[in-house]
Design a protein around this ligand. Structure first.
Ligand code: BGP
Length: 478
């Protein structure tokens, strides 16, 4: 804190919450929906926690009215959700499935009826399996036109009512886990492919934005980037350099391309020497420059602390997907950086560092480097929740987490950063991709577990009432 008084939240501030289609909808084969790469992947034994799937998820497809009623009761100003590409185009392209379109049309109208601003995510990882089978999905340049066509269909259908749009959710994560760690579909480890896939995704992102300008001239659009601001472990120059390397390779590699249509220089030359830089055409570069976003969407969960990594050092380490503290391992790129445990930060049971100051730092870095407004499109705490005998869920730890992050946003606003909204992750509990239903994020508890049958009942947690008050007072009462 460096001020006597913090800036107030603007009246237009979007107090929101977020979700993603695969994690909430269920109804995976209903009303003409096609299979996505996640529908396929979760069926491979050993890929998800206790083999959980999104076949039912939290059944939002059938309970969306009840869920929107809860949002209205809370007074939510904005709700970010994603559209399942496979509901609109079961095979990824071709004729639109009218039932898929109708589902989202009704959802959007219901939100607007309650003065809840819809924030539509176009792609939250559930690529049509048909496109993966036909040409390798993101591995082929052909994805650019199919993605743009899918996005244009949405712009034409909903652009009259939806102002805020998110193009790709966490491009860095779905490509990293999909092509570097083999933890997400399509489950590969191939560094060269990883960078090529990213390039096509960046071009698709820019092309969709360029088209948005024509189809929804008054709308606002941007990607959601999973930003983990990097700290050096010590003030040793070698560690500072490692942190610079990590910031450039893990963050600027995406954000520079979004905001400027350019790859960062050192990272490019390093990757070229490693023989893994993507193949890029002149036309691609022009498209990248033609699709600059209105805001940087940021999904913030934690910072990352790094140190020098020798040439024969650490590569990829284990992730904690069990909720047993202390089971994750350091990861790194030999000669470039490796992650280190930050002794100044508490962690969650999944070893995610809790660092609200890191959010302020990240917001300032984006503001200073790119001059773009920021939409915080995700932030939240995944924990085990317990339902008391009287049906109460006392998630004080979640309230503490969210409160400290909201204060950090207010500090960033006071620093001059233009933050347009805050979407917590998540509104209801939902399926965590690799951690099943036990890792909960919602304001609304959903009785759904990995084993046995459950009634999917919705219960308001203590945090529900807390956030309701935050919204009512526009952030005055935290
Ligand atoms: C982000 C994703 C979300 C969500 C969240 C929490 O990376 O955009 O879809 O899942 O992280 O992650 P997890 O479920 O792994 O705890």
């Amino acid at each position: 804190m460096i001020y006597n008084e913090l800036a107030a939240f603007p009246d237009t501030f979007l107090w929101g919450s977020a979700s993603a289609a695969y994690q909430i909808e269920g109804a995976w084969k209903e009303d003409g929906k096609g299979a996505s790469i996640w529908d396929t992947f979760v069926r491979i034994p050993g890929k998800t926690f206790k083999g959980t799937t999104g076949d039912v998820a939290v059944d939002h497809y059938h309970r969306w009215k009840e869920d929107v009623a809860l949002m209205a009761e809370m007074g939510l100003k904005a709700y970010r959700f994603s559209i399942a590409w496979t509901r609109l185009f079961p095979e990824g392209k071709g004729e639109v499935n009218p039932k898929g379109l109708a589902f989202y049309d009704e959802l959007i109208n219901e939100l607007l009826k309650h003065q809840i601003e819809p924030i539509v995510t176009i792609y939250h990882w559930d690529l049509p399996q048909a496109l993966q089978d036909e040409y390798g999905g993101w591995e082929s340049r052909r994805i650019i036109d199919d993605f743009t066509h899918y996005a244009e269909t949405l712009f034409k259908a909903f652009g009259d009512r939806v102002t805020y749009w998110v193009t790709l959710n966490e491009q860095n994560i779905f490509t990293g886990l999909g092509y570097r760690q083999a933890m997400h579909p399509p489950g590969r480890i191939d560094e060269k492919q990883f960078y090529q896939v990213n390039h096509y995704a960046s071009v698709a992102n820019a092309k969709a934005i360029a088209s948005f300008r024509k189809l929804v001239p008054h709308g606002k659009i941007g990607p959601s980037f999973a930003y983990g601001p990097v700290y050096p472990y010590t003030c040793k120059p070698e560690d500072i350099l490692a942190a610079e390397n990590a910031e450039e390779l893990s963050n600027h590699w995406w954000m520079d391309v979004y905001a400027w249509g350019e790859y960062p220089k050192w990272a490019w030359s390093y990757l070229e020497k490693q023989g893994v830089a993507p193949e890029v055409t002149e036309e691609d570069l022009a498209i990248l420059k033609s699709g600059i976003p209105d805001f940087m969407g940021v999904n913030y969960y934690q910072t990352s602390t790094v140190e020098k990594n020798p040439l024969d050092g650490v590569t990829s380490g284990k992730f904690n997907t069990s909720g047993k503290k202390g089971t994750s391992e350091a990861t790194g790129t030999p000669g470039v950086f490796k992650t280190a445990f930050n002794p100044h930060l508490e962690t969650t049971n999944w070893d995610w560092e809790i660092d609200p100051v890191g959010l302020r730092i990240g917001l300032r870095r984006i503001h200073n480097r790119y001059g773009l407004p920021v939409l915080i499109s995700e932030n939240g705490l995944g924990e085990f929740d317990k339902v008391d005998e009287d049906g109460r869920i006392q998630d004080t730890y979640r309230i503490d987490y969210l409160r400290s992050h909201i204060i950090a946003i207010q500090e960033a606003l006071s620093d001059g950063v233009d933050v347009i909204g805050y979407c917590t992750w998540s509104f209801t509990d939902l399926l965590s991709w690799l951690n099943g239903f036990q890792k909960r994020y919602g304001f609304v508890y959903v009785n759904q577990h990995e084993e046995g049958k459950h009634d999917l009942k919705r219960l308001k947690k203590d945090s529900f009432y807390w956030y309701q008050r935050v919204i009512q007072t526009n952030g005055d009462t935290l």
